[in-house]
Design a binder for this molecule. Structure first.
Ligand code: PMP
Length: 334
């Protein structure tokens, strides 16, 4: 479905917003009952509200340097949301048209943000996989040479940028060496890039992939429905193949939501569900390490991206029911 055209974009280049990307703080979160402290990188403070601003900036500036973008170019990407919002923001600032392909099931607030930046949104059928959207984008690009495809799932810059920015920031922000780094994966760019750079400086650090328990693909299980938006899209992404992983850790959707609500209500951090999942995993890992070990994770995006989702409309009883339903669905699939 093609929505009505967005307001016209400006051909003027306004780079101010680029200076707000990256150099995010690393905060210490003390979990009293569990008796551990973890270090959380505040990626939700990037200007469009997520870690994906880094990727969008890196890929677009690189494409400009290589002469791949001109005044007629249209940036085209299939995305679950955050990358689309980031690309729309960069397009608005640098004067490029942006078209985002998204599943019809993507939340209303994500769609509104993309359109508010003046980008065009094409929705494909709800429930179809990322691959459907990727295939549509490839077909569109084959017919029209104006399209530039950032291709976040395969583009090596996605991981490399985290090697040179996010991970370097973490390495100078931590008090000593890093003992463990844990994060979920969507494209795998942040986990692979940060993991590689942290290992290079702290060879004894453990790099752990967090997965929803309902879709623990690295652990060899079949993907099933889960509620941690932005991660575990139903396949192991190519960028993760080169990641220096020491292990995986599972977090249930219900646990992720409960920890996200705890971050919102007890820490005053209005972050989204993948941040809660990352922190839940980091707490478990810290409990297994020596007291005072330095465990680092990412707070990937802001909660205002999830107003229409269960994060804002749920209570504990429903979460337990969800868990039971998800397990039953997986058993039926097996
Ligand atoms: N959390 C959220 C909310 C995301 O949108 C993403 C990216 N899809 C991730 C985590 C994972 O990031 P990456 O693509 O670097 O694996």
């Amino acid at each position: 479905m093609l929505l009505p055209p967005p307001p016209s974009h400006s051909a003027q280049r306004n780079e101010a917003v680029l200076s707000l990307i990256g150099n995010t703080p690393l905060v210490e979160l003390r979990f009293e009952p569990e008796g551990v402290t973890i270090h959380a990188k505040c990626e939700f403070l990037n200007p469009s509200g997520s870690i994906k601003d880094r990727l969008a900036q890196c890929i677009i500036l690189d494409a400009e340097k290589r002469g791949l973008l001109g005044p007629d170019s249209i940036i085209l990407e299939c995305t679950s949301g955050n990358t689309g919002i980031s690309l729309a923001m960069i397009g608005a600032a640098l004067g490029y048209r942006v078209t985002i392909l998204m599943s019809g099931s993507a939340s209303r607030e994500r769609r509104l943000c993309i359109r508010q930046f003046g980008a065009e949104l094409i929705l494909f059928e709800s429930g179809a996989s990322y691959q459907t959207g990727i295939d549509i984008s490839l077909a569109m690009a084959a017919k029209d040479s104006r399209y530039f495809l950032p291709r976040q799932f395969e583009n090596p810059l996605n991981a490399e940028d985290h090697v040179h920015t996010t991970a370097q920031e973490i390495l100078w922000q931590v008090p000593h060496l890093v003992d463990a780094f844990v994060a979920g994966y969507g494209t795998g760019g942040s986990l692979a890039g940060c993991g590689k750079a942290i290992k290079a400086r702290c060879p004894d650090a453990r790099v752990i992939a967090m997965e929803p328990e309902e879709a623990a693909m690295l652990a060899g299980e079949l993907p099933c429905c889960h509620w941690i938006e932005g991660i575990a899209g139903g396949f192991v992404p190519p960028l993760l193949r080169a990641a220096p992983l020491d292990g995986t850790i599972k977090v249930k959707s219900a646990e992720a939501l409960a920890m996200t609500q705890r971050l919102n209500r007890q820490f005053g951090l209005l972050v989204g569900t993948s941040s809660g999942a990352n922190v839940a995993a980091a707490v478990k890992i810290a409990q297994d390490l020596r007291p005072g070990a330095c465990v680092v994770t990412l707070l990937c995006d802001r909660a205002d991206r999830y107003f229409s989702t269960r994060l804002f409309n749920d209570d504990g009883a429903d979460l337990e029911q969800f868990d039971a339903n998800a397990m039953a669905a997986r058993k039926a699939k097996d």
